[in-house]
Ligand binder design. Structure first.
Ligand code: FAD
Ligand code: UDP
Length: 371
């Protein structure tokens, strides 16, 4: 009999399992995928750590989380500066003086601000949706070229039907600063995320290719308590209806050339290009292998966003009002499951970044008196 059965070997499950073991508890981790690490999984191909489930850049303002995670890997100094490609025109992201200069020819922060203020006037009062929020942050020109198409591809919904907070994740700066994140700490773990998660899970029994929901009764009988990091609605067999998720399809391609796009991430912000972005993985580690040699080949991944259907991998919770209400109902059911803790992006149906997932897992460990 184990003290804990942890369902899911993503960051939430791995951090929880690590702390439980450290506190002297016995732990079994199961994952339905053939590998550990959940969505942060990386696989080494041609010397390149490929982010198989999309670009993952660690960034945080939480010093405790940074100190915690850097125990398990050394992080490099990668800074995310994606480029937006709108029909062949390139813009700097996030929205900053380089972007405003390219868009409007403005040179000083005052000129940029005057342009934004002139364009944001069309929104009177509190923004009620993503479109209004975006226009009130950066004006209509940037909304039309850099936000509308990308967002509608990513979420499959009209910008007027999406919550404002999604776009508030992006910084708007009147300085020449292309750092995508407002974060004190940022980087990519040397050797890839899989190695980091492997270090978290050191000495812990992990069973892969094991779907907890397909064998719930048998697996439940193995442990006193369960930590479940899969989708909350799937746990309850969708009895109240399905929560909506966005799924992503990745098309990976190995190219026999050293440099495809000169940057880790290029966002395609027009509506017509079917993919949302192209990732060129080698640039997360400056195009070098572990010994510091230049890598002769490159691997790119096109990212296509789609509506989640049963059987697909759910990636992004769609945190709008309707889903929020349904989640609240599922949460009540979850609270009644005394033996089960629901955690992580899917278990809590929250648009968590990695640092937030780690912080949430540590809170959960504290509640279980493991810390
Ligand atoms: P997951 O990693 O999803 O782990 C859940 C695990 O549970 C999975 O391995 C799954 O196989 C397993 N599982 C589910 N159901 C079952 C079952 N029935 N039985 C057994 N196992 C099951 N965050 C950042 O901070 N920076 C970024 O740049 C960033 N980029 C992202 C890009 C994309 C495309 C996506 C989708 C997310 C990104 N994130 C990023 C968010 C980050 O991926 C998450 O915060 C983090 O991975 C969540 O960890 P988790 O453990 O909650 O979930
Ligand atoms: N976004 C956009 N244009 C871009 C990049 C992002 O309009 O070039 C919007 C889009 O709505 C996206 C949101 O900003 O959902 C948040 O972007 P972020 O890069 O944080 O999304 P992630 O994929 O990391 O969740």
């Amino acid at each position: 009999m184990y003290d804990y059965l942890v369902v899911g070997s993503g960051l939430f499950g791995a951090v929880f399992a690590h702390e439980a073991k450290k506190a002297g508890k016995s732990v079994l981790v199961v994952d339905k995928r053939p590998h550990i690490a959940g969505n942060v999984y990386t696989e080494k191909v041609e010397g390149i750590n490929v982010h198989k489930y999309g670009a993952h850049i660690f960034h945080t303002n939480n010093r405790q989380v940074w100190e915690y995670i850097t125990q398990f890997a050394e992080f490099n100094r990668f800074t995310n500066s994606p480029v937006a490609n709108y029909k062949g025109e390139l813009f700097s992201l996030p929205f900053n003086m380089y972007t405003f200069n390219k868009m409007w020819g403005v040179v000083t922060p005052e000129e940029a601000l005057a342009k934004i203020e002139e364009q944001r006037r069309e929104i009177g009062g509190q923004p009620r949706n993503l479109e209004e929020q975006a226009i009130s942050l950066v004006g209509r020109d940037i909304y039309e070229k850099l936000i509308k198409g990308y967002t509608e591809k990513q979420w499959g919904r009209d910008c007027r039907e999406l919550p404002a907070f999604i776009i508030k994740r992006l910084p708007v700066r009147l300085t020449f600063d292309n750092n995508y994140f407002n974060a004190l700490y940022q980087g990519i773990p040397a050797g890839g995320y899989t190695k980091l998660v492997d270090n978290l899970l050191e000495g812990i029994e992990v069973r892969l290719n094991t779907d907890y929901l397909a064998d719930k009764a048998v697996l439940n009988a193995l442990a006193d308590k369960v930590v479940y990091t899969g989708p909350i609605d799937a746990y309850f067999d969708y009895q109240l209806g399905t929560l909506e998720y966005r799924s992503v399809r990745f098309e990976h391609e190995l190219l026999d050339k050293p440099n495809y796009q000169g940057n880790a991430a290029v966002n395609y912000t027009d509506r017509e290009t079917p993919w949302t972005r192209i990732i060129e993985h080698k640039w997360f580690e400056f195009g070098k292998d572990e010994a510091g040699n230049d890598l002769p080949k490159t691997i790119i991944s096109r990212e296509y966003s789609s509506e989640w259907q049963p059987g697909d991998e759910p990636y992004y919770p769609v945190n709008d009002e309707q889903n929020g209400r349904l989640y609240a109902e599922y949460k009540k059911l979850a609270e009644a499951e005394r033996k089960v803790i629901f955690g992580g992006r899917l278990g809590e149906y929250k648009y968590y970044d990695m640092d937030q997932v780690i912080a949430a897992a540590l809170v959960c460990c504290a509640e279980e008196k493991l810390l």
